[in-house]
Design a protein around this ligand. Structure first.
Ligand SMILES: Nc1ncnc2c1ncn2[C@@H]1O[C@H](COP(=O)(O)OP(=O)(O)OP(=O)(O)O)[C@@H](O)[C@H]1O
Ligand SMILES: CC(C)(CO)[C@@H](O)C(=O)[O-]
Ligand code: BAL
Length: 288
């Protein structure tokens, strides 16, 4: 049975009744099969599964989509039940931020200002602050995050490492539509023509990955991705960034698979995606 609570007091009471290891999946709701994959992976790892649903105002900029972000609690609860969640914590804004907004927030460091943080100032400060609060409230042994939001996964791992938090962060591969589009709650903003145009993101990533697999260096890999993105572009498409980094998003060259990351606007909707790429020679971010 899936219990649903909205207050931290009820969460604490339900959490205290969980004797075994707890896994948490944090979400902003509008759940889809990508979230469900996280729920199922978490369900397998731990005795108890807690899901949080909260559209966190702290991570939205003033001109972003906080007000229109989809809120579909009843359908979300059905997915949580189907995936075997023990508990859903769905607080409102005042429950999470009873003293208005917190004045003390987590500083994400320099990477918090790059890539996603470059376009969305304050985004990672807001994400890490709410993630830390939710970790403290739920006290899980494991927390599951999707690779779709790759930089977020890396930033959360760094916070856990740098602040010595007693939790293991588990990454889950991206779930995609048959044509390659990464599932995302924001996909539901797309009109049919925008939905078709959105294929450009994953197509560009695949082109980059296959160029690398055929021996292209970092510059050739990026060029292949840019070309496919440009070929697929419509008047509704605008590239924000295509970047090649090492797996930990460090700027210097490093061995091992690199990550190709993309962000683009499709009409008013901003989407992101990424893939690992196997370069014969190590990646160097400066080549973007
Ligand atoms: N397609 C996906 N595959 C795997 N994990 C995903 C996918 N989409 C989202 N997630 C993960 O689910 C968790 C909650 O994400 P969130 O609620 O923001 O959904 P979202 O689809 O990423 O929403 P948005 O469209 O706002 O970016 C995050 O860890 C995120 O990485
Ligand atoms: C981690 C998170 C739930 C924090 O609000 C959010 O950024 C998300 O859904 O990925
Ligand atoms: N999916 C990560 C949260 C956000 O984009 O606001």
């Amino acid at each position: 049975m899936t219990a649903v609570v909205h207050t931290r007091a009820d969460l604490a009471e339900a959490r205290a009744a969980m004797p075994g290891a707890v896994a948490v999946v944090m979400t902003m709701g509008a759940l889809h099969s990508g979230h469900e994959a996280l729920l199922r992976a978490a369900r397998q790892r731990a005795a108890h599964l807690v899901v949080t649903i909260f559209v966190n105002p702290l991570q939205f900029g003033p001109n972003e989509d906080f007000d229109r972000y989809p809120r579909t609690l009843e359908a979300d609860l059905e997915i949580c039940r189907r995936a075997g969640a023990d508990l859903v914590f769905a607080p409102d804004r005042d429950e999470m931020y009873p003293r208005s907004e917190p004045t003390v927030r987590v500083d994400p460091g320099p990477l918090g200002e790059d890539l996603e943080g470059g376009t969305r100032p304050g985004f990672f400060r807001g994400v890490l602050t709410v993630v830390l609060k939710l970790l403290n409230l739920v006290q899980p042994r494991y927390a599951f995050f999707g690779e779709k939001d790759y930089q977020q996964l890396i930033m959360v791992r760094r916070m856990v490492r740098d602040l010595d938090l007693p939790v293991e962060i588990v990454g889950v591969p991206t779930v995609r539509e048959p044509d390659g589009l990464a599932l995302s709650s924001r996909n539901r903003y797309l009109s049919p023509t925008e939905r078709a145009a959105a294929r450009a993101l994953s197509a560009a990533l695949r082109a980059g990955a296959s160029a690398a697999a055929s021996g292209a260096d970092a510059a050739g890999t990026l060029a292949a991705a840019h070309k496919v993105f440009a070929d697929a572009a419509t008047s509704q498409t605008r590239l924000d960034y295509l970047a090649l980094t090492d797996p930990d998003l460090e700027p210097g060259p490093q061995a091992g698979p690199a990550r190709l990351l993309v962000a683009a606007w499709i009409g008013r909707t901003r989407l992101i995606d990424n893939l690992p790429v196997h370069l014969a020679k190590p990646a160097r971010r400066g080549l973007v």
